[in-house]
Design a protein. Sequence first.
Length: 720
Amino acid sequence: MSTIQGQFLKVIFYLYGFLVLWEWIRPLDQITDTGNLALFLYFVGIAYLLAFVKVPFFISFFVKIVYILYVLQNLYFEGSFFALSWIKEFLFSLHVNLSYMISASWWEMTNSFRSLLFFILLWLLAYLMEYWIVQLKKIFLFLIMTLTYLATLDTFTPYNADWAIVRMVVLGFLILGLLKLERIKEREAIYVTNKVWMKWLTPLVIVTLLTTSVGYLAPKAAPQWPDPVPYLKGYGEGNGAGRGVKKIGYGTNDSSLGGPFIGDETVVFTVESNSREYWKVETKDVYTGKGWESSSDTKVPFEEDEGIIVKALNSSVETTPSQAVVSVSLEYPHIVYPVELQDVNSGTDILYQFNTNTEKISTERNGQPFPLQQYELTYNDPKFAYEDLRAASLEYDPDILQKYTQLPDELPDRVRELATEIVAPYSNRYDQAKAVESYFRMNGFVYDTTDVAIPGRNDDYVDQFLFDTKIGYCDNFSTSMIVLLRSVGIPARWVKGYAGGEYVSTLENDNRIYEVKNMDAHSWVEVYFEGIGWVPFEPTSGFSNPYSFTSNETQEDGNLTVPDNTQEPLPQQPEDLLEETGSTESSSSTLSWSIDISFTDVVLVFGGLLVVAGLLFFTRRKWYPLYVLRRYGKFNDAESFETSYFILVKALKGFGIKKKESQTLREFADYVDSFFYSKDMRYLTLKLEGLQYRKGHALAEQDIATLRELWENLIKRVAS
C-alpha cells in the first residue's frame, strides 16, 4: 500500500509543478505578442510525463529536441518536417541569431529564435520544478515567486490574476503540508499508514480552504498609501497601460504600436547623394486597431535583364534622375531605397527578392539571406504639381480601393465623424489629404517619445491618440492620418523606413554625406492618386516632407499652406535627433526591433535570472563539491590540508550532514563515516588533530597522497 501511496503523491507533485508553470504561461497571450501558447504548454506536459515515468536521459532529451524542432518548423519554416531544406535555413538562422546575442543586438533576433529560447527556458523551469518538489521536497520559495509574479502582472498589466492567486495559494498550502509530511517520513524513517496520512491530510485541507475563503470574502480596508502604479507607469507609458520603454532599431513586427522609446545612436548606414531622401524599407496595408500587418507575403525575384525597378508613380510625374551610394554599418538582408527606384548595383552576385505586397526588397545568395555592405541606387526624384494632384479623379481602381481603405469593424464612430468633418470643406483629394495632414499641426498634438500611451485591451490605437492623449511620435501621426483618410474613402498606406539622417559633410562633387542611425527610423504616409500613383505625405510634427510640391503656374498653393521643400539638409532640432524613429518592435513602430525595457520584458528577464539563480542554488549539491574538488583538492602541506578539511565540513553541511555545536571533530567524523559506510573521515580527522597538536610538523609526500585520495573520495560522494 505504501508503494501506491508513494506513486499517488508523486502524481500530485508532478501535477502541481505542471499547474504552476501553466499559471506562468497563461498571462503571456495578454501581456506579450506570444501566440500558440498551447504548444508550449504541451511541451511542459511532455517534460513532466517523461520525468514521471523515468525515461532514460538520452531518450527524454531526444524526444524534447524533436518536439521543439517540429513546432519551430511548422510555425516558421516552409515545407515538410522531414525535408532537409528547412534544416539548412534553421541552422543559418541559428548562426545569425547567436551572432546577434554575442554582439548584444537583442532587438534583431528573429521570432523563431525567440521561441527556441522560450522552449529552453521552459525546459529549465520544468527540470527545476521537478528537482525542487520531487527531490528536495521543498516549494515555499517557488510559491512566493509565483504569487509575486501573478500579483505584479495583476497590478501593472491588463491581466486579471485574482483567481490565479487564489488557486496558487490553495494548492501551494496543500502541497507544503504534503511535502512536510514527506520530509518527516524520510528524516525519522517512519512508516505512514493510510490512517495516519488521512489524519494529516484532512485538517490540512479543511484549514487551507477555510482560511483562504475567509481571506477572500472578508472585507478589506482601503489602501493606506498612495497608489505607486501611476508614478511607475507614467514614465513608461503616458496615459495608457503598457509595456514600457523600447530601444529603437529595425524590426518586422508592427502589430502592437504605442509606448515610449529611447534614442539609439547606432549608425545603420551612411548615404552619399545629392539630395536628402526618406529611405523606404516596406509598406503595410492592414490596420488592426492596435497596429499594422500585411495582407499577403508573396516574394518574386527580379529578372536580371529588367533591372531592379519599383514603380510608385505614373510616367506623367516630373522626375529628376538621381544616384546614391549606401554604405551599411548595421547589416540587414534587405535594401533601403527612395521613391521610384530604377536600379541597384552591389557589384556582387546577388538575388533580389521583391515582396509584391509590402514592396520590401530582400537580398539572398545561394538561397540564404545575405546582407550587403555597400550598394549604389539609381532612382528618380519626383516633383509633384498641385494642379495635377487636385485634378486627380475621384474614382479609383476597385482593387486599390478595397485594399487600401480597409479598416477594422470595431473602429469607433467618432473617428469617422472627425474625418468627415476635416475634409468637408474640400472637393478634391489633394486638399482633403492636406487638410488631414495639417490637422495635427493646428490642434494641439505634441511630438514626444517618452510620455506616450499604449492602448489597452479595448482601446483603438488611433482613437486613443486623436481624442485622449494627443501625444506621440511618427507611428501615432502616420497611422492616424491613414485611418482618417481611409474613413472617407481615400486609399492610403503605411510606410516604414528611415528619415534622411544627419548631415555630415559636403564632398568636392557637391554630393552630401548623411549618417542614418537607429534613432532615425521613421514612418510616414503614402496616398494614392488615380493617374499619378503613391504620393508621400508627412503628418508628424517637427518633420518636413523631403519631396517637392510645386505649381505649374506659381509657387503658391492658393488653398493650403504647403511646406517649403528644398534639397538642402533639413534643420536639425533636438527632437529631430531623438527623432522619430518611432519604431519599436512592440511599439513596433517604424522599423524597430525593440529591446523592451518594458515592464513585461523586465519581468521575463528578471524571472529568467531568478530561474538561473534558483537552478544554481538548488543544484549546488552537484556543482559545489566539484568546484571544491578543483579549488581545494591540491593541498600540499599541513596548512592547506587544514583549510581543505574544513571546506569538506562545509560541503558536507550543504549535503545535509551538519556538525552540531556539541560534537567534537571525532564524533562528527564517526557520524559521517556511518552515513557513507567508510572510515575516510575518521582518518582525516585523526591526521588533522595530530597536526594541530604538533604545530610546524610537516606532512610526508606519501601522507599527502593518501589524504588527497580520502578527501577526494568524500567530496565525490557528496557530489554524487
